[in-house]
Ligand binder design. Structure first.
Ligand code: NCD
Length: 314
């Protein structure tokens, strides 16, 4: 019998945070520090995943997430095969299940999956029998983005414990908001979700450590980190907003709004950003912005996740 540890059973996948204990999540973030040290060396490569093949299967567009996962896998010496749905037989009608079975027949060891449908990453886990990392499924979850957000905040303040994080924007369509609302309270932070009522689903208030408000000043007051989210117009069939200008007037993360936050508060955005809509350009490029730091940290955090799921298993 193996002795129980506070880390809990090691999850086979990272689909969301349901199976992940705070201790294990903290271990993941600690390990990302080590990965950042690797990335600072003149030779940014370690043999940890040598002989393994990682497939990045993207059924939806991406810049940061796809590139950083591919680099993360390569930095650890994995072979990487990139599958882009637009250029595949999916456009000829092949099902997700058949596609995954084909890829698995080529001896892929792990999948990184982005898909417009919520739950698609779970299906890939079931069809492939291999470890799966959810790189964004519909509006449900985007766990590695939340991890890199948490890591970036922790880098600034040393710990998440007792901090307040305001997340402002299109909460309804945001898997980033959902994953952060799940993760940050597990690590000791409070989360305030804020947006116009039509973009703020009331059921999220049931999550522990999460409150909702339609008032951006109330959301930001005393916050240590302020995250702006993109208006996901591609997921809006219309009717959610009277006008973009009105949205910007009320909800834009601007210098004036930021002055309500804690002195030394940092500004985050998962990208891609619509400058001067959800976030003013001066704030995006200003001293308090950690947006490029988030991008940088994405690589180390994803290395840590791949390592955690693929190394040291029987
Ligand atoms: C986000 C996504 O795809 O969920 N982007 C990202 O991964 N960095 C947010 C968005 O698309 O607005």
């Amino acid at each position: 019998m193996t002795a129980p540890t506070t880390l809990g059973a090691r999850p086979r996948h990272l689909l969301d945070f349901a199976d992940w204990t705070p201790e294990r999540l903290t271990a993941l973030l600690d390990n990302a520090d080590t990965m950042n040290q690797v990335l600072d060396r003149p030779v940014r490569k370690v043999p940890a995943l040598q002989g393994l093949t990682v497939c990045t299967a993207f059924f939806e567009n991406s810049t940061r997430t796809r590139v950083s996962f591919e680099l993360a896998a390569r930095r650890m010496s994995a072979d990487v095969v990139s599958f882009a749905a637009g250029a595949s037989s999916l456009s000829k009608g092949e099902s997700l299940r058949d596609t995954v079975e084909v890829l698995t027949a080529y001896k892929v060891d792990a999948y990184v999956v982005r898909h417009p449908a919520s739950g698609a990453a779970h299906l890939v886990a079931r069809y492939s029998g291999k470890p799966v990392i959810n790189a964004g499924d519909g509006r449900r979850a985007h766990p590695t983005q939340a991890l890199l957000d948490a890591y970036t905040i922790r880098q600034e303040f040393g710990s998440l414990e007792g901090l307040t994080v305001a997340i402002i924007g299109d909460i309804r369509h945001s898997r980033v908001a959902r994953s952060n609302a799940e993760l940050l309270p597990k690590l000791g932070a409070r989360v305030r979700l804020c947006g116009p009522a039509t973009l703020l689903p009331a059921d999220l208030a049931a999550l522990p450590g999460v409150t909702l408000t339609t008032d951006p000043r109330e959301a930001v007051r005393g916050a240590h980190a302020v995250m702006a989210l993109r208006l996901q117009q591609e997921r809006m069939a219309g009717g959610y907003l009277a006008s973009l200008q009105e949205y910007a007037d009320h909800y834009q993360v601007s210098g004036a709004l930021l002055r309500e936050a804690e002195a030394g508060a940092i500004v985050l955005h998962p990208g891609p950003m619509n400058r001067d809509l959800e976030l003013s350009s001066d704030v995006a490029d200003g001293e308090q912005s950690r947006i490029l730091r988030q991008v940088e940290n994405g690589q180390a955090v994803r290395m840590s996740v791949l390592y955690h799921l693929l190394v040291g298993r029987e």
